[in-house]
Design a protein around this ligand. Structure first.
Ligand SMILES: Nc1nc2c(ncn2[C@@H]2O[C@H](COP(=O)(O)OP(=O)(O)O)[C@@H](O)[C@H]2O)c(=O)[nH]1
Ligand SMILES: [Mg+2]
Length: 484
């Protein structure tokens, strides 16, 4: 709605260019829609398709994916034969489309020009990793003839080697030229681009400004809800327990181990449910995940590799990290003379050497109780293992990081099998301490809700920290997505 109560059509942009330059990828990223077809085969997009960007049911803008130019030189020739004066160029383009629509000479040109003639702005896409060539000139000339506001995007599909020559050429045809990586673009680059669109036409400025604000608010909402999903998942996993009644004379050992198995399966299911929820929140509906299963064997949970893998350095573990929980802290003090001594012992002797000590703290042990009417009741959980919530949290943080950064143009599975320490910056000591404290609290039945709420806020702060622009420089870049 505009200020006067009338409906204003949201701005529409047609994404055009040569085949296979990342047009569909740009549409997917800017419309946050992973259903857009992207393919290494040229000619995958044969017909125009409109993708609205919607937040809270309001369409903020729309992108039109188009087929690439196929016979731009011939098309321009036709137009030049019919041209009279510059002010009539748009009319000649219209005439061209009317003359050829439905025929087989220029199907792609007719298709891609139609939305532009209907008023769409132009996003012209080139690949900055291949040299500029004059074969692009006819299509740029045709776009100029349409008279529609336009912006050129240099999408470096490979090494960004030819950006300067592209810039020089594009600058003569387009008022605004930007470098924009369709597949890797960070969130802030996307909103920056929207602001640039807003400069193309006076009446687009206000709606696109609103779109940027809306997207930013939506981004915060996604982060908040993702943090809440992770906190809820963690709390549920920490509180989880399963029980089973056993008749007199049944095989107790077998039943115990079956119940432990069920308990572990449940935890893994709870974790996966949380993953799905986070992906849904970021509008990734078709992700395939590859992730090592939650390490729930005691040998895994106590293995140095597991601790280190999930972002807990040795020092973290023995100081504020795993042993920061109040109960265990006291235990450590009583048995080992304080964390500093423990730190010395572990760091000095190697974490592996301490396995025996940690072994006292299993993931879960099955309690066996006698039932009044005969038989036994077996109970597994809740876990009292100190590492467990840290491992779960660090896995969730890693997953969130990858999903939140992933554009909707990335294809291929999400592989969470790398070393999170190389992807995530270290937690700040304050966050680390706070998490350890809350994990300790969540183990007690009292005030679960309040502590879960508090945990969600802390996790949200960690996610916010992870997304800060500077954070990216502190880690090794992500594995390249599987797109070429
Ligand atoms: N690495 C990388 N690959 C890209 C990028 N943009 C597009 N691609 C790949 O190039 C191919 C063509 O992309 P697509 O968006 O379908 O191009 P279109 O034909 O112009 O619509 C696909 O395999 C994409 O995954 C990019 O910025 N980086
Ligand atoms: Mg395409």
């Amino acid at each position: 709605m505009d200020g006067r109560g009338g409906r204003v059509n949201p701005p529409v942009f047609a994404v055009v260019g040569h085949p296979n330059k990342g047009k569909s990828s740009i549409v997917a990223t800017l419309a946050a829609d992973d259903s857009v077809r992207i393919s290494p085969e040229p000619g995958t997009t044969a017909a125009c398709r409109r993708y609205p960007m919607t937040v809270d049911g309001e369409e903020l803008y729309a992108l039109v994916d188009t087929p690439g130019f196929q016979r731009a030189r011939r098309a321009l020739q036709w137009m030049k034969q019919h041209e009279t004066r510059a002010d009539l160029h748009p009319a000649v383009v219209r005439q061209f489309v009317e003359a050829h629509r439905g025929r087989d000479r220029f199907p792609d040109e007719c298709e891609l020009l139609s939305p532009i003639l209907d008023g769409a702005g132009i996003l012209y896409v080139v690949d900055g990793s291949v040299p500029y060539g004059e074969e692009y000139e006819p299509e740029m000339e045709i776009l100029r003839w349409t008279g529609q506001p336009s912006l050129a995007l240099i999408n470096p599909i490979g090494a960004a080697d030819h950006i300067e020559s592209w810039r020089a050429a594009l600058g003569q045809f387009f008022k605004v030229v930007r470098v924009f990586n369709a597949v890797m673009a960070e969130f802030s680059k996307r909103t920056e681009l929207l602001r640039a669109f807003g400069q193309l036409r006076e009446e687009w400025r206000e709606p696109l400004q609103r779109a940027v604000l809306s997207l930013e608010a939506d981004r915060l909402r996604q982060r908040r809800l993702a943090a809440r999903a992770v906190a809820d998942g963690l709390a549920a996993m920490l509180a989880h327990r399963v029980e089973r009644d056993l008749p007199e004379g049944a095989n107790l050992l077998a039943a115990k181990s079956a119940l432990e198995g069920r308990y572990r399966d449940d935890l893994r299911r709870l974790e996966q449910r949380c993953r799905d929820e986070v992906e849904r929140l970021y509008s990734h509906r078709r992700l395939e995940r590859r992730e090592d299963a939650l390490p729930l064997l005691d040998a895994d949970l106590f293995a140095e590799r597991t601790w280190v893998l999930f972002g807990l350095s040795r020092r973290d573990l023995v100081t504020t990290g795993a042993v920061g929980g109040a109960a265990t802290g006291a235990f450590v003090d009583a048995h080992l003379g304080g964390t500093s001594l423990l730190a010395g012992t572990l760091v000095g002797a190697g974490v592996g050497a301490a396995l025996g000590w940690w072994g006292a703290d299993r993931l879960v042990s099955v309690k066996v109780m006698n039932i009044a009417l005969g038989g036994k009741r077996l109970i597994a959980g809740p876990s009292r293992n100190v590492n467990f919530p840290h491992v779960v949290f660090n896995r969730a943080r890693y997953h969130h990081e990858v999903v939140a950064r992933r554009t909707h143009a990335m294809r291929g599975e999400v592989a969470l099998t790398g070393n999170p320490e190389q992807v995530l910056p270290p937690l700040s000591p304050a966050h680390r301490g706070e998490l350890a404290r809350l994990f300790g609290r969540l183990r007690k039945p009292r005030d679960q809700l309040r502590h879960t709420e508090q945990l969600a806020l802390t996790i949200e702060a960690v996610f916010a920290e992870d997304e800060r622009p500077g954070a990216a420089e502190r880690r090794i870049p992500h594995p390249r997505p599987n797109v070429l």
